[in-house]
Write a protein that binds this ligand. Structure first.
Ligand code: GAR
Length: 190
C-alpha cells in the first residue's frame, strides 16, 4: 500500500477529486491532508473517509513538525494540490522524487514565486499565448522548476479572458490530475 499525503492552501477542489478517485483504487491510500488554511469542506470529507486532516498555518513554529508527522505516519508520497508554500530542503531530501505538484499553465513558462491562481491566467492572456494547460511535475527546491512529468493543453480563443481560461484549465485539472498521479505512483518501483 502506498500512503499519500495531500497538501493544500486553497479551496481544495483538486484534493477533493483525488480523495474520491483514490478511494476506488487498490494499492493507494490518502492517509493525510495538510492544509495551511482552515478548510471546512476538506475537514468534513476527511472525517467521512477516515483520513487524518491537519490544519496549521505555515508560519506557525509547529510547522517544522510536519516532516516528523509524515515520517511517523509512514507517508510514501506527497502531492501538492494547490499548495503555495515552498517545501523545505529537509522535506525534499526525505522524499526524493516523491513529491508531485500541479501548476495551472504550461511550464517552464508562467511559473515561479507569486505565480498561482489568477496571476497565472492573467499573465498567459497578457502574453497573447495561443494555448495554455496544466503541468504535473516533481518538486525540487525552487518554485515550479522540478522535472515535468506530464502536460495537458487547451487552446486559447481570440476573445478568451482570464476567467474563461481559468475555467478551462480547472476542467483539465479535475479530469487528469488524479489519474496521472495514481498511474505514476502505481508504476513506480522504488
Ligand atoms: C489549482 O489551479 C492549481 O493548479 C494551482 O492552485 C489551484 C488550486 O485549486 N496551483 C498553483 O497555482 C501552484 N503554483 P484547488 O485548491 O481548488 O484545488
Amino acid at each position: 500500500m502506498r500512503k499519500i499525503a495531500v497538501f493544500i492552501s486553497g479551496e481544495g477542489s483538486n484534493a477533493s477529486k483525488m480523495l474520491i478517485n483514490f478511494r476506488e483504487r487498490e494499492g493507494l491510500e490518502v492517509a493525510l491532508v495538510y492544509s495551511s488554511r482552515p478548510n471546512e469542506n476538506l475537514k468534513v470529507l476527511c472525517e467521512d473517509f477516515g483520513i487524518v486532516y491537519q490544519y496549521r498555518p505555515w508560519n506557525d513554529p509547529e510547522k517544522i513538525k510536519l516532516l516528523e508527522f509524515c515520517k511517523k505516519m509512514r507517508i510514501d508520497w506527497v502531492v501538492l494540490a494547490g499548495f503555495l508554500k515552498l517545501i523545505p530542503a529537509a522535506f525534499i531530501a526525505h522524499f526524493p522524487n516523491k513529491i508531485l505538484n500541479i501548476h495551472p499553465a504550461l511550464l517552464p513558462k508562467f511559473g515561479g514565486k507569486g505565480m498561482y491562481g489568477m496571476h497565472v491566467h492573467n499573465a498567459v492572456i497578457h502574453a497573447k499565448e495561443i494555448e495554455s494547460g496544466i503541468t504535473i511535475h516533481y518538486v525540487n527546491g525552487a518554485y515550479d522548476e522540478g522535472q515535468i512529468i506530464k502536460q495537458f493543453r487547451v487552446s486559447i480563443s481570440e476573445n478568451e479572458t482570464s476567467e474563461t481560461l481559468s475555467t478551462k484549465v480547472r476542467t483539465l485539472e479535475h479530469k487528469y490530475f488524479s489519474d496521472t498521479v495514481a498511474e505514476l505512483i502505481m508504476s513506480n518501483k522504488t
